[in-house]
Design a protein around this ligand. Structure first.
Ligand SMILES: CC(C)(COP(=O)(O)OP(=O)(O)OC[C@H]1O[C@@H](n2cnc3c(N)ncnc32)[C@H](O)[C@@H]1OP(=O)(O)O)[C@@H](O)C(=O)NCCC(=O)NCCS
Length: 221
């Protein structure tokens, strides 16, 4: 399978949203936060993800997508027949390090307001949060903040892998590793640390250990 890893562009947002929704449909955090499947609104969820990707592009976050590509004379394999060139099969969505001592820039501040505004519009358009259990969401946010406050010891901040997801049909083929390496190599060149959280212990801990991560804490919510 021929895959290219490229920075997320505006036109990739719908494909990236679709990929994340599929990759996380059985994720334990997702199922906990959207605890009533009868209330889940997939379009509302897609609008929220799209707003976050737009924020990521506007803030120059290191977000990469894995896309199916194919040279003209290459023969297609089964996966490529099902998924045409250009299909997004993986997303690696990171945040750049933010030193706690440094004030937030005006442009990031403005983008955060814009994101909140877009989410407010989504609440109006879709009559609510699309099945998100808001109480649980805020429990998670608080627990996550407490974890960061005690684990994040480096004063320069961390490259934070917010989401990495690969289409189930393309897993185990090195796509996730390629997506991660794009940012991890940059971090290594800069001598910066990387951090991530995974709500699925198996097999993810093993996968991330192979990529050089080390388990530092288990978080209960
Ligand atoms: C986690 C995930 C992104 C990994 O992507 P992937 O493309 O399947 O992983 P890769 O093929 O690049 O494999 C990376 C390494 O892990 C190993 N690996 C992959 N799947 C594995 C499994 N199920 N068990 C053990 N090792 C595994 C690979 O052999 C490879 O090791 P190597 O470097 O020694 O060859 C993907 O499985 C996924 O999208 N999962 C669902 C969403 C999710 O849980 N995301 C993470 C939460 S933020």
């Amino acid at each position: 399978m021929a895959i290219e890893i490229v920075p997320l562009a505006q036109g990739d947002i719908p494909g990236a949203v679709d990929c994340v929704q599929k990759a996380f449909s059985d994720d334990p955090y997702f199922r906990w936060a959207f605890d009533d499947p009868s209330k889940f609104n997939i379009q509302r969820n897609a609008a929220s993800l799209a707003a976050h990707f737009q924020y990521g592009i506007n803030c120059d976050c290191p977000i990469y997508v894995a896309k199916i590509t194919r040279a003209a004379n290459e023969t297609k394999n089964d996966l490529e027949v099902r998924l045409p060139p250009g299909t997004v099969v993986g997303v690696g969505w990171w945040y750049s390090p933010q030193a706690p001592s440094r004030p937030q820039t005006w442009s990031v501040w403005a983008q955060e307001w814009l994101l909140s505004f877009r989410q407010l519009m989504n609440n109006i358009l879709f009559f609510g949060r699309g099945g998100l259990n808001v109480r649980r969401y805020w429990i998670w946010k608080q627990v996550q903040q407490t974890a960061h406050d005690s684990i994040w010891q480096d004063p320069r901040g961390y490259y934070f892998c917010n989401v990495v997801g690969v289409n189930s049909e393309a897993r185990g083929m090195g796509v996730g590793k390629k997506l991660m390496e794009r940012v991890m190599e940059k971090a290594d060149q800069e001598g910066m640390p990387c951090y991530l959280e995974s709500s699925k212990g198996y097999p993810n801990v093993c996968i991330y250990e192979k990529m050089g991560f080390e388990l530092v804490r288990e978080i209960d919510i």
